[in-house]
Write a protein that binds this ligand. Sequence first.
Ligand code: ADP
Ligand code: MG
Length: 287
Amino acid sequence: MSIEVRHLTHTYGEGSALSTVALNDISFTIQEGEFVGIVGHTGSGKSTLVQHLNGLLKPTSGQVLVDGEDLNGEKVNRRVLRQRIGLVFQYPEYQLFEETVAKDIAFGPKNQGLSTAKIDARVHHAMESVHLDYQKYAEKSPFELSGGQMRRVAIAGVLAMAPKVLILDEPTAGLDPRGRDRILSMLEELRDREHTTILMVSHSMEDMARLATRLLVIAEGKLVADDTPRAVFARPDLLTRIGLDVPEAAKLCAALRGKGYDLPPDLYRMEEVRNALLALWKGADPC
Ligand code: ADP
Ligand code: MG
């Protein structure tokens, strides 16, 4: 399943005195199995962009094509499409409402008209995917859980619809390091075991360094870079100019290079920096 964005522009309140151009002529194509990170400063247009990818917002101009079909064309069944492209909003736990975790996760598949057995299987699988033990949590109220667990219940609710593409808007925002790590390892498994196509919005470069296979960098509604994380993180000038950070490992690498260490200029993961240092020391004259 491919998603192609062609010259997408979105203006809020078009024609009014307060109109804002949130997206300005954005084009890119996502292929199956990619893990695409969408990064940008607050207000750059990330949430506006992802809401176009499952048809929640309509382009002011331009198109979004899914497998070559215009998402806003007359022929498209939007309900089916929303099931195939699952969107997890920012702070999705605010939308939990059922009495039990299992019922909340079953809500989507129930609306798909599946049999009880199929719904149960979907709920089990979704809970497993987000690392929530069925026996322990299925009958609990979502409101008894921790913030990180509630967020995983909300993500499970989207996974239970068996989407081909999973889009998450700031899935780690506001979580402590442990809650954040659990979400990231869960996404890592979805990428590696189920080959789910994933798009993740985040302003954490550490999260992106860990997971993304490709980065889209947005600034003031424009796509300013679309490349591998390695190529993007090798441009700290671009990132700092638009108010973004670079991963700690890339900073460390730059600092060591400044002190004369002969390291490659584009390392962005701690293990790479460590391995490169070990290789230097191994090759060094022991005297
Ligand atoms: P991000 O997710 O990167 O923080 P958004 O997509 O939320 O950015 O916002 C992009 C721009 O559009 C901002 O200037 C924001 O103020 C504006 N905007 C977002 N949502 C609305 C809305 N519903 N009505 C009017 N303007 C909006
Ligand atoms: Mg946002």
